[in-house]
Design a protein around this ligand. Sequence first.
Ligand code: ADP
Ligand code: MG
Length: 223
Amino acid sequence: MTDDIILRAEGIRKSYGDLEILKGVDFSIRKGESCSIVGKSGSGKSTLLNVLALLDKKDGGKIFYDGSDTDLFSEKDVVDLRRSMIGFVFQNSLLFEDFSAFENVLITLTIAGLKQKEAMEKAEDVLISVGLKERMSHRPKELSGGERQRVAIARAICNDAGLVFLDEPTGSLDEESKSNVEELLFSHMMRKERSLVIVTHDADLSMKADSRYVLRGGILERV
Ligand code: ADP
Ligand code: MG
């Protein structure tokens, strides 16, 4: 059975000038599966995530979403796919500092095209689901590192993204916030049958994933 594979990448290559970062990466992920990717700093983990999420262009190889070749997608198709299916939590997640946690999520939903009332209800639901019921009106600077990361995750999942990419989601967190975020990723999100691709330095977090990979020498190896 291959029809529950939501993303498949074959032979992905990417260089910056003369620097060859990805040298033929193969990867696939199924509905409801979690994958972790570890690798040394500078090995190309963020580059790979950006390419897989169609935020950055590849130099070679193929990427299929739900079996469709993304090389055949128009720019609009790519935007639609990202809006409807993909969530992304960046390495240094940028929140709008002048807006509350609630508004940070609301803006994302409004951009996604939801009507005001619907967007407001959804923003509230999502923030409750990541455990921030009591923090909705706080601005980012009034939140702890773990809470900020929860807002970033809320933003990434508020469009009901089936596939969420997370680039070192617990990188800057203390132990307690780390385990809270891990709990959020592996309980709540998995219950909803989301698929996760998590880049991490954290061995514990990596071990919790269904499939584990290491990026080494520009190649992704299953471990
Ligand atoms: P990782 O996330 O594994 O630490 P990155 O994917 O961020 O690694 O970067 C991999 C390599 O590519 C690094 O050596 C970095 O300096 C280089 N690199 C990343 N982005 C760019 C860019 N936009 N232009 C040139 N080089 C880049
Ligand atoms: Mg990185």
